[in-house]
Design a protein around this ligand. Structure first.
Ligand code: EPZ
Length: 430
């Protein structure tokens, strides 16, 4: 199993092109199941997770072709005919986003058998809201031996769905099913993440009628058929935010290119509060810190437009070298501080109590072998390694490969020394 070795101490200087968003791409790929015509996705990230979902779509009968287009990587998914409505445990367990094929399968074929995803290291992550939405749309759902058996023999019907908590996945799942339902669906207390807007744009390009995406109320007027379309995946705000934090931590100046306005606002505010300089020009954002020590700041993770839970681990790494004590509250997932003890191995001073972590800044971090527990936790260790003295070796790099495209190359182009060590390390699976 691969590991990553980071030799710390060098500032980051250069430009980093931001890839397409993993968490959008996965839902857009699921949307391709809704039509018998090809969906062409541009600005596709090339990640373990997108490849994995591609395999599942192929198993359902779709043709998935990855190619290098004029503007970058593209994936064309053509689900001319679905030969199966079955998503087995092995495929859903390894990647939760596979569960998102359930709604499109019911909408297109009237039935599906999809494994329940189960929990993961960051929390229990139930799918009750997904299932309740599909039931509200008229699907009949049975749970049996870890599988969801869903049928909607006479099609789905529009409904009013009020989410008790904001859920990105449930909002997207309801949209993916409701676009082919008969009549109007209104989603209340919908998630407002930019990926929701991206999904709506793609669905609308396919002939759907989705309004209000990006606000708490999304209205979907069902259509009887969707067509093929070409859509460019929104830039990955979490990847971009990760490099922004890395620049603030290692020092130097990094310019992120290929962004869109408004994706990094909550993070930029916290980086400025911590003493970094952020120059936001919409599509391009530059982050620099020259010499001055960082200041501790408080933050609470929240649904968009609040501070993203997917940037919490990275910001915690940053705070390990800040002056004073910072308080970080995690409100989205109940177990998302597993990086704290690993950061402590590098010399960080962090205490965790429930959903709150207190980080007392130290003078320096020192390289050590560390273990990644999930995607964002892994990258927080890479960031910490960039600022640590000596060498940090991050085990379980497969987590990083799930969600960061060419991470070593992008960092090394800015002067970092990050090497992939092939093989070795522990062979435990999640
Ligand atoms: C998405 O997960 C992202 N994943 C996550 O990114 C991200 O952290 C999260 O949204 C929040 O922004 C993908 O898009 C593939 P939620 P999702 O439903 O949709 C509870 C990463 O590192 N909930 O918004 O699963 C849930 O337990 C990943 O890229 C229910 O109770 O998140 C959580 O506490 C990690 N019942 C809260 O809602 C449900 O049916 C928000 O979760 C669904 C969710």
């Amino acid at each position: 199993m691969d590991r990553i070795a980071i030799t710390g101490g060098a500032p980051l200087v250069g430009a980093i092109p931001v890839s397409g968003a993993k968490n959008s791409a996965l839902k857009l790929m699921a949307a391709a199941l809704l039509t018998d015509q090809p969906l062409r996705l541009k600005n596709m990230p090339r990640l373990a997770d997108t490849r994995f979902l591609g395999k599942l779509l192929e198993r359902l009968g779709a043709r998935v072709v990855e190619m290098e287009g004029r503007g970058g990587p593209e994936t064309i998914i053509h689900a001319a005919e679905l030969t199966s409505s079955f998503a087995p445990y092995d495929l859903v367990r390894q990647m939760r986003a596979s569960f998102n094929v359930l709604g499109p399968l019911i909408a297109r074929t009237g039935h599906a058998k999809v494994s329940l995803p189960g929990g993961c290291t960051i929390g229990a992550r139930p799918v009750d809201l997904h299932l309740r939405s599909l039931e509200a749309l008229g699907a009949h759902i049975d749970l049996h031996e870890g599988y969801v058996y869903a049928t909607a023999a006479r099609g789905l019907k529009g409904a009013r769905i009020a989410f008790p908590v904001v859920s990105v996945g449930a909002t997207e799942h309801a949209m993916l099913a409701a676009v082919l339902a008969d009549g109007e669906t209104v989603l209340e207390n919908a998630a407002r993440e930019p990926e929701i807007g991206d999904l709506a744009d793609c669905l609308n390009a396919m002939g759907a009628k989705v309004e209000g995406a990006g606000t708490p109320t999304v209205t979907i007027t069902g259509v009887s058929k969707l067509k093929g379309a070409t859509h460019a995946v929104i830039p990955d705000r979490i990847e971009a935010g990760t490099f922004a934090v890395a620049a603030a931590m290692a020092g130097g100046e990094v310019t992120l290119t290929g962004l869109r306005p408004g994706l990094l606002d909550a993070l930029a505010a916290k980086l400025r509060e911590a003493g970094a300089t952020v120059r936001d020009e919409g599509d391009t954002v530059s982050i620099s810190r020259n010499g001055a020590r960082l200041q501790a700041v408080e933050l609470t993770t929240e649904p968009f437009p609040g501070f993203a839970t997917d940037l919490q681990a990275q910001f915690m790494a940053l705070m390990t070298l800040a002056d004073g004590e910072s308080v970080i509250r995690e409100t989205i997932f109940e177990n998302r501080f597993l990086h704290a003890p690993e950061l402590a191995r590098l010399g960080a001073d962090i205490s965790v109590s429930g959903g709150e972590a207190r980080v007392r800044g130290v003078g320096a971090l020192h390289g050590a072998p560390v273990m990644a527990t999930d995607l964002r936790a892994s990258v927080s260790l890479v960031i910490a390694g960039l600022a640590a003295q000596g060498e940090t070796v991050v085990n379980r790099v497969y987590h990083l490969d799930r969600g960061f495209e060419r991470l070593e190359e992008k960092l090394n182009n800015c002067g970092a020394t990050v090497r992939r060590l092939r093989g070795g390390g522990s062979a435990e699976a999640d």
